[in-house]
Ligand binder design. Structure first.
Ligand code: IYR
Length: 224
């Protein structure tokens, strides 16, 4: 079977701009995206949750291996649940910072000023805990394969972060490790594995971020 044989192909049309307009749009978008920063201190003020759900809709439009859409986004606002996730995350992180992470790793993190304490899990008004589905399921509870799961879920998280930035919210891609406690806390099925914990909110008033430099095009682009 070739692609052309596929029964339900539908016409697809995109707006076409001239080269000048394309350059202007790409430059403006890149410049705007440069203003996104990971933030670790959140305001406790509530956020418009329906807008956050729309950002998750945007993330769920990502391309995925064989269009399996192998992601689940858990939007956690319940304060008790956030408190218990914080406790479990801090217990794991304590182990990380006191023996599990290499000295090179700890040194690389020094400029960021991170430690095992994770107040942002409770202070941010919402967490988006992203799960990857390591396999697909049949209606009878059997297993079917998923493909390129990490790539697919990674792309969708990139789109999620972009969407959140687009509505003026900040986020942190938090990677407590190991992350098994998240599936347990949220009662996720066994084919789902935690991928990232993403606190979301407005930045705390007067928040500061590290004065980091991004690589320049000369460093990250190679043309052939
Ligand atoms: N998961 C730990 C450690 C950590 C690791 C990396 I790589 C970071 O960029 C930041 C932190 C923590 O969240 O503190």
């Amino acid at each position: 079977m070739t692609a052309q044989d596929y029964e339900s192909f539908v016409p697809y049309e995109l707006t076409r701009w001239d080269a000048e307009e394309m350059l202007a749009r790409s430059a403006a978008f890149a410049q705007w995206l440069q203003t996104r920063r990971s933030v670790r201190v959140f305001s406790q003020e509530p956020i418009p949750l329906e807008a956050v759900r729309r950002c998750i809709d945007a993330a769920a439009s990502a391309p995925s291996g064989a269009h399996k859409q192998p992601w689940t986004f858990c939007l956690v606002t319940d304060p008790n649940l956030r408190a218990s996730i914080r406790r479990a995350a801090e217990a794991e992180e304590y182990q990380n910072y006191h023996g599990r992470m290499s000295s090179a790793w700890l040194k690389d993190l020094e400029p960021l000023g991170t430690n095992h304490l994770k107040p942002f899990i409770e202070e941010a008004p919402a967490l988006i805990v992203v799960f990857k589905q390591i396999h697909d399921t049949t209606a009878e509870g059997g297993r079917k394969p998923n493909y390129y799961v990490n790539e697919s879920v990674g792309i969708s998280v990139g789109m999620l972060l972009t969407a959140l930035h687009h509505i003026g919210l900040v986020a942190l891609t938090h990677t407590p490790s190991p992350m098994g406690f998240l599936a347990e806390a949220l009662g996720r099925p066994s084919h789902e594995r935690a991928f990232l914990n993403i606190p979301v909110g407005f930045p705390a008033k007067g928040v500061q971020v590290p004065d980091l430099q991004r690589k320049t095009r000369r460093e990250y682009l190679v043309e052939y």
